[in-house]
Every structure is written in structure tokens, then in C-alpha cells.
Design a protein around this ligand. Structure first.
Ligand code: FAD
Ligand code: NAP
Length: 535
């Protein structure tokens, strides 16, 4: 980049699913825009998370863009759930097909974004000190893009290799003959553990909280299934958009509690056979009624008991402290079976806590473990982490970090009071991480694109969420969460995985369909809840 700041209608930060589509939309609408991306390629999540077994839990036919029917028709997925390399290939194909790269600067981390009130413009500063100036700043920085490396004592003293699943080396890692420790048993760990166990001499898993899982049943995509989908893609997409979670299958219409134990069992067995997230749609009340939820939780625990041969290990693997589905459900491919291997050990760090990382491994209260490598599958500073790492300042030099000190506040997860012309794609207060995310991402991008056209047509130079609308939305987000069992879990949805992070339920659980309708209604009412400033 040259020394003089380049000027754009919009600067977009991030080149994952969100930033790529945002660029495409705005460019087509005649806005000048540019994307800054920390990585050296497109893909976001699928660029960074290259750990063994990294794979999507959304099915390939709907974990994809819907904006181009040509793209939908020409791309052929190979498996029911796409693996990381295939999604990355797809996103690179999208970048090429829509000629996106010419407006993306890679290897460029944004450190600051400051709003100049007098000039009504954002100055975006990169880590290298370059600046770009734009009327609109759009954060497409991702909900799960700021890896959480736990601050365990002695971390820096370890003499072996360390890896975080969210920053995996591009060349891969060969664990053959190695003694490996892995910390964490979330979605990333449960995908990596079976594959690392196959390679390593020994794998020790440090589990803080056991995770509920249902089988993925991955396999090659049936060509007939693909043909059927492609013949009716628009309808499948409509179903996803109008659904609760962005998944195009029906929500449960029965209560678990209206059935006998045998009938419940039959329904769960059927869902278990199908596999995937729809397990939670077996009954409509699993996420809102504790007794209903317990029937599903107990079913999964019974499956763990059947699969894991050592009863003590099976007991350790059974989640009991939170309702099923209130921490992100994981999809299992040979995870529980892995504990039947001789070269795998499970350490329950709730009863036997990690005291320190030592030069040779990990010391727990009861034991000393020697490792050649430690894998941190410890997740992310979710939803706010990537935004908090950027020095974002709005009107009156207000820092976003300061505004969000007690927890994030945003209107629809799209706009923030005090920060005119700043948009967040899938920000806190939107369904985002509770949904099949491409559906939510496309909805946000389309809403922002339509909004910018509206402003341009009416000579409106600034749009900003009002404090009242923001407060009302945050109260609504909390109220809806309070109707569910979600707040019962110490999940990353409420920031519980990051020491010191305020405990606030961040995503909107009201459902993708109703949320979309609300966003559309607000736009139709001339952006109700936003203050517009005209020239
Ligand atoms: P990201 O893909 O996270 O992209 C954000 C980009 O912004 C990154 O490339 C990052 O480098 C860049 N960036 C961030 N900060 C800066 C900065 N300061 N300067 C410059 N660049 C910056 N969702 C589902 O719906 N279904 C799934 O099955 C599913 N599986 C997942 C599996 C894993 C391992 C993970 C981590 C997430 C998964 N997700 C899944 C969620 C996934 O994040 C979204 O589906 C989607 O990829 C998000 O796209 P995005 O563009 O919004 O964010
Ligand atoms: P995660 O779900 O947050 O899991 C992190 C794990 O590390 C948890 O078991 C956590 O325990 C543990 N942990 C965190 N800090 C620790 C510490 N200081 N000491 C010991 N243990 C610690 O992270 P993730 O597995 O990377 O997944 C994050 C999200 O990304 C998922 O929920 C999902 O949305 C997405 N994802 C999706 C897929 C997929 O779709 N296939 C795959 C991977 C990730 P606690 O539970 O006790 O906090």
C-alpha cells in the first residue's frame, strides 16, 4: 500500500464467508470497497482451523452461499459434511469466480478503527501502520476467530511443541511416535482426538467438562440426494432462512413429555440413526423444559455407557452439569470409541486439576505427564474477542472495549450506539453462532448492502443505533434467553470460558426466521431505532 491513505466507501475487515460476500455485494452495487485480512488467503475459519479431522457440522448442501444459483449448481460437494480442505477449496473457488482477490489485501491485520466525527469518516490502521479511510467500516472479523490460549502457569517453559487447533500449521503435524497431550473436549478436540490417537504413541486427554455428542454419520454424498437438492435449491434455502436455526429441516412438533419412555426411546433411536444436529429437534421442548431435556441427556449418556468399555472412563465422559444443547452440541465420529484404545488416557481435570505446564509436560494434582507435544483445543474468545483486539473508537473517542466492559451491547448485533457507520456481521445480539452460519451471514450482508443503498439514495451520510433501541434489543435478547435453558450452562455463549469476561448471554435465541422478519420490518420502517443524518 502507498503512504497516502486510500479512500473507500467501505472498508471490510476479514475475508471469511462474511467479508467475501460483503465485498461482492457492495462492489456489484457500485460502492468502492476494500477488504483487509490478517491471513494470507481467504476462508477465515477454514483458513485457520486445519487441525486433524477439522470438518463442518452443518451439512455441505446448506453450508454454502445461496446468492448465486450458478455457483450452487456448478459446485459439487463430495461428503455429507464437508471437511476443512474442501470448504477452503470452495471459498477459494468463490474468490476466483467472483474475482474478489483484487480488492483484498492479505497478511494485513487491522489494529485500529477510529471514527472522526467532524469528517464523518473511519480511519482504519493496520499493524504495519498503513491507513485507509472510509465512510463505512464493516467488521467481518468472525465470532470464533480469536483463539483462547489458556493462561496456565508454566506455559512458556514447555520444551516440546505446542499447537492451538485454531492456528494449525499449514504443513500439518506428524504425531507418529509422539506422546501427545490435548487440553479441551469441545467440538474441535472431539474431531482431532480420534485422528491424533491413531498416529500418536500415546494421547492423554485433559477434560474439564464432558461434552454431549451425537453421531455425525458422515459419508460420501449420495449423487441422487445432491441432484434432488439442486433441482429444488431455492426451496431448501427458503426453509433454512425461515427456520429457527438456519437448518432446512422441520422443528420438533411434539413434547418429549407427552410420550411414554418407550416412545421417547424410539424417537431418540431414530434421530441417533439419522445423526447430526436435528437430534435436538426430536422434541420442541428440549431446550426450554428441564424434564424434557433430561430425557435426551439420559439417552446420550446411555449411549456413552454402551460404547465406552471401561465403566469408570464412561462415567467420566458423561455430562451431568448442564442441559444437553446448552453448550454447543458436537458431532461424533469415533470419539467415544477412541477411549477403548490402549494408547489413550482420559484425565478429568475437575477432580485432578492441572497445576502447571512444566518443561517436560503437564503436572496435575495427582500426576506428572511427559509429552513431546501439547495441543490446545481450548476454543475462542467468542463473539467479542476479535472486535476487542481492535482499538475501535466511535464518537467522542469512545472505545468499544470501554463501552462493552460489562458485556456487549448492540442493536440487532448489527449496529452500535456511539459508533456511526460501523456494522458488525453476526455481532453479539444476533442469532449467529446458534445458527447454520452462512444463512445468518448472508442475511446480515444483504441487510447492510440494502441499508447502504437506502442511505445513498437519500443522501444520508450517517446511520447510528440509538441508545434506546440498543437497550431495548439487549433486554429482549436477555429476556428470550431467559425462557430457555441456555443460561444454565457455563458456555462460551456467556463468556464463561474466558477468565474475567463478563457473563452475558451473547447470541440471540429468538430464531433465524423471526430475527430476519424483525430486521426487515426495521428496514421497512426507515431503519427504525437508528438515527440517520442527512447532508
Ligand atoms: P471467519 O471465518 O472467522 O473470518 C473472519 C476473518 O477475519 C478471519 O479470516 C480473520 O483472520 C479475519 N480477522 C479477524 N480480525 C482481524 C483483524 N483485526 N484484521 C484483519 N483480519 C482480521 N458454523 C456453522 O454454521 N456450521 C459449522 O459446522 C461450523 N463449524 C465450525 C468449525 C470450526 C472449527 C469453527 C472454528 C467454526 C465453525 N463454524 C461453523 C462457525 C464459522 O466460524 C462460520 O460458519 C463462518 O465460517 C464464519 O465466517 P466469518 O467470515 O463470519 O468469520
Ligand atoms: P470450545 O467448545 O470452547 O471447547 C474448548 C474446550 O477447552 C472445552 O472443553 C473447555 O472446557 C476446554 N478449556 C478451555 N479453557 C481451558 C482451561 N483453561 N483449562 C482446561 N480446559 C479448558 O472450543 P472449540 O472446541 O474450539 O469449539 C468452539 C466452537 O467452534 C464450537 O462450539 C463450534 O461452534 C465451533 N466448532 C465447530 C466445529 C464443527 O462444526 N465441526 C468444530 C470445531 C469448532 P469447558 O467446557 O469446561 O470450558
Amino acid at each position: 500500500m502507498s503512504d497516502a491513505p486510500q479512500r473507500f466507501d467501505a472498508v471490510i475487515v476479514g475475508a471469511g464467508f462474511s467479508g467475501m460476500y460483503m465485498l461482492h455485494r457492495l462492489r456489484e452495487l457500485g460502492f468502492s470497497c476494500h477488504v483487509l485480512e490478517a491471513g494470507d488467503g481467504v476462508g477465515g475459519t477454514w483458513y485457520w482451523n486445519r487441525y486433524p479431522g477439522a470438518r463442518c457440522d452443518s451439512e455441505s448442501m446448506y453450508y454454502s452461499y445461496s446468492f448465486s444459483s450458478e455457483l450452487e449448481q456448478e459446485w459439487n460437494w463430495t461428503e455429507r459434511y464437508p471437511g476443512q480442505p474442501e470448504i477452503l477449496k470452495y471459498l477459494n473457488h468463490v474468490a476466483d469466480r467472483f474475482d474478489l482477490r483484487r480488492d483484498i489485501t492479505f497478511d494485513t491485520r487491522v489494529n485500529a478503527a477510529h471514527y472522526d466525527e467532524a469528517a464523518n469518516e473511519w480511519t482504519i490502521t493496520t499493524a504495519a501502520g498503513d491507513t485507509l479511510v472510509a465512510t463505512f467500516c464493516i467488521m467481518a472479523t468472525g465470532c470464533l476467530s480469536s483463539p483462547n490460549a489458556p493462561g496456565i502457569t508454566g506455559l512458556d517453559t514447555f520444551e516440546g511443541a505446542t499447537y492451538h487447533t485454531g492456528e494449525w500449521p499449514h504443513e500439518g503435524v506428524d504425531f507418529t511416535g509422539k506422546r501427545v497431550g490435548i487440553i479441551g473436549t469441545g467440538s474441535s478436540a472431539i474431531q482431532a482426538i480420534p485422528l491424533i490417537a491413531e498416529q500418536a504413541e500415546h494421547l492423554t486427554v485433559f477434560q474439564r467438562t464432558p461434552n454431549f455428542m451425537v453421531p455425525a454419520h458422515n459419508g460420501p454424498l449420495d449423487p441422487e440426494f445432491e441432484r434432488d437438492w439442486k433441482a429444488d435449491y431455492a426451496e431448501w434455502r427458503r426453509k433454512g432462512r425461515e427456520s429457527f436455526g438456519g437448518f432446512p429441516y422441520p422443528a420438533g412438533n411434539r413434547s418429549a413429555l407427552e410420550l411414554s419412555a418407550e416412545e421417547q426411546l424410539e424417537a431418540y433411536e431414530e434421530a441417533w440413526k439419522i445423526g447430526g444436529f436435528r437430534f435436538l429437534s426430536t422434541f420442541y421442548d428440549l431446550i426450554i423444559n428441564e424434564d424434557a431435556n433430561e430425557t435426551a441427556a439420559e439417552f446420550v449418556r446411555s449411549k456413552i455407557a454402551q460404547i465406552v468399555k471401561d465403566p469408570e472412563t464412561a462415567q467420566k465422559l458423561m455430562p451431568r452439569d448442564y442441559p444437553i444443547g446448552t453448550k454447543r452440541l458436537a458431532l461424533d465420529t469415533h470419539y467415544f470409541e477412541t477411549y477403548n484404545r490402549d494408547n489413550v488416557t482420559l484425565v478429568d481435570i475437575k477432580t485432578n486439576p492441572i497445576e502447571a505446564i512444566t518443561p517436560s509436560g503437564i503436572r496435575t494434582a495427582d500426576d506428572e505427564h511427559t509429552f513431546d507435544a501439547i495441543v490446545f483445543a481450548t476454543g475462542f474468545d467468542a463473539m467479542t474477542g476479535a472486535l476487542s483486539k481492535i482499538d475501535i473508537r466511535g464518537r467522542g473517542d469512545l472505545a468499544l472495549q470501554e463501552k462493552w466492559e460489562a458485556g456487549p451491547k448492540a442493536y440487532l448485533g448489527l449496529g452500535i450506539a456511539g459508533f456511526p457507520n460501523l456494522f458488525t456481521i453476526t455481532g453479539p445480539g444476533s442469532p449467529s453462532v446458534l445458527s447454520n452460519m452462512p444463512v445468518s451471514i448472508e442475511q446480515h450482508v444483504d441487510w447492510i448492502a440494502d441499508c447502504l443503498v437506502y442511505l445513498r439514495e437519500r443522501n444520508v451520510v450517517a446511520i447510528e443505533a440509538t441508545v434506546e433501541a440498543e437497550e431495548a434489543w439487549v433486554a429482549h435478547v436477555n429476556e428470550v434467553a431467559g425462557f430457555t435453558l441456555f443460561p444454565r450452562a457455563n458456555s462460551w455463549y456467556i463468556g464463561a470460558n474466558i477468565p474475567g469476561k463478563p457473563r452475558v448471554f451473547m447470541p440471540y435465541v429468538g430464531g433465524v426466521g423471526p430475527y430476519r422478519a424483525r430486521c426487515n420490518e426495521i428496514a421497512a420502517k426507515d431503519y427504525d431505532g437508528f438515527a440517520l443524518t442527512s447532508v
